[in-house]
Design a protein around this ligand. Structure first.
Ligand code: ADP
Length: 496
């Protein structure tokens, strides 16, 4: 970029050689950037000149004359350049008070010295040089800014794309690729309504009816919906549109921000599930308790001791159900806020399983409960209360989801480094698809709701957390209509 300026400067000043050197602040010296009429030997000599003399020379406002006149003798004697070039004219250029560079033109020895006219001519070339350097600086600053903006857009966690007024995609960042499954090259040039297929909760097409480019909304606009990814997966998203107006007020480019809010939606759904579940689950026992209590409170009826006991038993049962429910809710909220503390000690699982079976057998007449552990079953280090909670939940479910009775078995096995406990029933079973979701919070699968089996879908979530806190695993097996198996393992060596 500076070469033509130097060429012109040397020719205009009838010089034989020239150099433009830029000041390197970190090196504290001039470094030749462009040279004219110098072979490698000449460049070496000029380089020596730049290091020692030119800074002095350049800082003088009257910077023209023979080197021998300007430079102190002891300095000058060191300069080999005088054998090649002398006179020299050099003129520095500045940015505020800081020197940015120097331009110098050299004539062969015995040529005429430079004069004040030459100095004015050189100053014109200096202005040109400064202008070119400023332009170059501006261009590289712009490129750097552009690079920064592009990097921010590219690495944004949100999907960002730009579309034109015809809704054709102009740019598509990495998050968009991840979110939609469309690669950038496939998406660019395509219509955004083909790529995103935005619909509302009822499945109505938002791209046709509500797109701000179509409806002509200007400025900022946002809407929620669901997009359909390449693999047909629906993703809940928040769409933000920023419409940049072109001439005539029509949007020329639209920046579209796509945020995946599936997790947020899940929390919202879960919250409404929780509210609905809790209200329903609390309502039933409360209504029963109230009905029995107000019946018993009637003064116009004399209750027989047997009816009295029956109704009081029912009140007690429903109160237990309420208390169990509240315990599960408290447990869940405790699990949400951090890991559960374990009070580990040596636990004899066959004994705990026996106690659970005995207690729950008392609550059912149509189920048979069996406990089957080998005699050499080892003790394990675990929290007995929490393991009993797991067994309770599993056996309770086995009974609850075997409406026509059958056998519920708690079986223990000893493996190499762990023990395995299976709770098996002969009840309604679980489909393969449902097995994956069973252990999530508020997950109730199959047609349990239709069968109006009480429960909130928290028991298995609690079991899973307890078992995993003990470094064990839990899973479910089963075939619809043919019973289920819940299997958990616990490490034998687990110690507190
Ligand atoms: P809840 O029993 O309170 O609904 P759980 O987390 O204990 O909650 O169980 C979640 C769901 O798993 C149940 O609603 C039911 O659909 C299914 N489930 C659990 N245990 C069994 C089982 N033994 N047989 C069939 N389905 C079961």
């Amino acid at each position: 970029m500076l070469t033509p300026v130097l060429d012109d400067a040397v020719e205009s000043l009838t010089g034989n050689a020239g150099v433009i050197a830029l000041w390197k602040e970190d090196l504290k010296k001039f470094v030749e950037t462009v040279t004219y009429g110098l072979d490698s030997d000449g460049v070496k000599r000029v380089s020596a000149l730049l290091k020692t003399v030119i800074p002095d020379l350049a800082s003088r406002k009257n910077s023209y004359d023979r080197l021998s006149h300007l430079i102190p003798a002891q300095h000058f004697s060191m300069l080999e350049v005088r054998w090649m070039f002398d006179p020299v004219i050099a003129m520095p250029f500045w940015a505020g008070n800081n020197v940015r560079g120097v331009i110098c033109v050299l004539r062969s020895p015995a040529s005429n010295p430079f004069n004040s006219v030459d100095q004015r001519v050189l100053s014109a070339f200096v202005s040109q040089t400064v202008m070119l350097i400023d332009n170059d600086l501006l261009t590289s600053q712009l490129a750097e800014e552009r690079y920064k903006v592009e990097s921010i857009v590219e690495h944004s966690a949100d999907g960002i794309m730009t579309i034109d007024s015809e809704r054709r995609i102009l740019s598509f960042n990495t998050s968009m690729e991840r979110l939609t499954g469309w690669s950038r090259s496939e998406a660019i040039g395509n219509y955004c309504f083909h790529v995103l297929k935005l619909t509302d909760r009822h499945g109505d097409d938002l791209c046709q009816g509500k797109c701000p480019v179509v409806t002509g909304v200007s400025g900022l606009y946002s809407q929620r919906g669901a997009i359909v990814a390449r693999d047909s997966k629906k993703i809940d998203v928040d769409m933000g549109y920023s419409l940049l107006s072109g001439s005539g007020g029509f949007p020329s480019t639209v920046v579209v921000n796509v945020r995946d809010i599936s997790a947020l939606r899940q929390i919202e759904d879960m919250r409404s599930l929780l509210l609905a579940g809790v209200s329903h689950e609390l309502q039933t026992p409360i209504s029963i308790i109230k009905a029995y209590a107000s019946t018993l409170a009637r003064t116009d009826v004399e209750w027989s001791p047997q009816i009295l006991r029956e109704k009081l038993n029912a009140i007690e049962e429903e109160s237990d159900r309420l208390s169990e429910l509240v315990t599960k809710l408290l447990y869940t909220s405790q699990l949400e806020t951090g890991s559960i503390p374990l009070n580990r000690m040596l636990v004899h699982l066959p004994k705990e399983a026996g106690k659970v079976a005995k207690r729950l057998a008392g609550e059912t007449e149509i189920h048979k409960l069996e406990v089957d552990f080998p005699p050499d079953f080892p003790g394990i280090y675990a929290d007995p209360e929490k393991i009993t909670e797991v067994l309770n939940n599993l056996v309770d479910n086995a009974i609850k989801f075997s409406p026509s009775g059958g056998t519920v078995t708690i079986r223990g096995e000893v493996l190499e480094e762990e023990v395995r406990v299976t709770v098996a029933d002969e009840g309604i079973g679980i489909s393969l698809r449902d097995q994956a979701r069973l252990f999530e919070r508020f997950s109730r699968v199959g047609d349990v709701r239709a069968r109006s089996v009480p429960g909130m879908g928290l028991g298995l979530y609690i079991c899973k957390t307890i078992i995993e806190t003990h470094e064990g695993r839990i899973c479910a097996e089963g075939v619809p209509g043919k019973g289920s198996k819940f299997i958990f393992t616990l490490p034998i060596s687990a110690s507190g």
